[in-house]
Design a binder for this molecule. Sequence first.
Ligand SMILES: Nc1ncnc2c1ncn2[C@@H]1O[C@H](COP(=O)(O)OP(=O)(O)OP(=O)(O)O)[C@@H](O)[C@H]1O
Ligand SMILES: [Mg+2]
Length: 259
Amino acid sequence: MDTSLDPHPRSAVRARALTKVYGTGAAQVHALAGVDVDFSAGRFTAIMGPSGSGKSTLMHVLAGLDAATSGAAYLGETDVTTLNDDALTRLRRDRVGFVFQSFNLLPMFTAEQNILLPLELAGASPDRAWFDTLVATLGLGERLSHRPSELSGGQQQRVAIARALIAKPEVVFADEPTGNLDSRSGAEVLSFLRRSVRELGRTIIMVTHDPAAAAYADRVVLLADGRIAGDIQDPTPEAVLTGLDALRQLETTSPAVEA
Ligand SMILES: Nc1ncnc2c1ncn2[C@@H]1O[C@H](COP(=O)(O)OP(=O)(O)OP(=O)(O)O)[C@@H](O)[C@H]1O
Ligand SMILES: [Mg+2]
């Protein structure tokens, strides 16, 4: 049974037989060894798995930040693996948002300027109502004129999330967005990510190591050795832990198992 296909109707992102091989000869690493997965629009999905299982690679290939070795990676109906560099640059600018572990804000700009930067770069004029909605949803109203150094880590990450959402991208990819935050600011950021999906209809795909963080998502996809190894709908922290334990059992008892 293929459990990696999400029952939710419209896919924002799809991978088909996706592979990524780094290096050559004896040094070859099969970071993605044939990934088939659908990520539904309007949902919050977490990707989990052991270190080195291919989580960041999957996200980078899906987002057009890194080239695939074979297979297809669709954003909507566009196979990003077929695009040239110019088309990829436009796709990343116009259709995808990113949130990283390190907040990557520009230090000399205020929170407001950081949020509006993607529109500035695209030469697009801001939708003021959407800006206000994001600022209210992310609780940034009192902080707009502050520079990053005058903000807490959690506030900086909320600015980074608003920046990722300002151009209404089809999907936001977040790689360990709470990795640098204490548990309270992390919980705040996760609540905001969930609200962005539930109340603002956005689509978010997040890599995390933390089962409690993953439980904020609507669904958890498990990755092991570059393959999809599990799929949990409406995850609880307990269900995620059980799923990760099952992966470890698999790894220790049958290292040569083929999916
Ligand atoms: N640029 C690269 N060159 C060579 N090998 C790489 C490169 N990037 C990743 N890899 C290898 O590909 C595999 C998958 O790496 P990836 O970063 O996707 O894992 P991950 O699941 O994100 O791990 P972590 O949880 O530690 O962030 C690993 O074996 C890694 O060493
Ligand atoms: Mg990673």
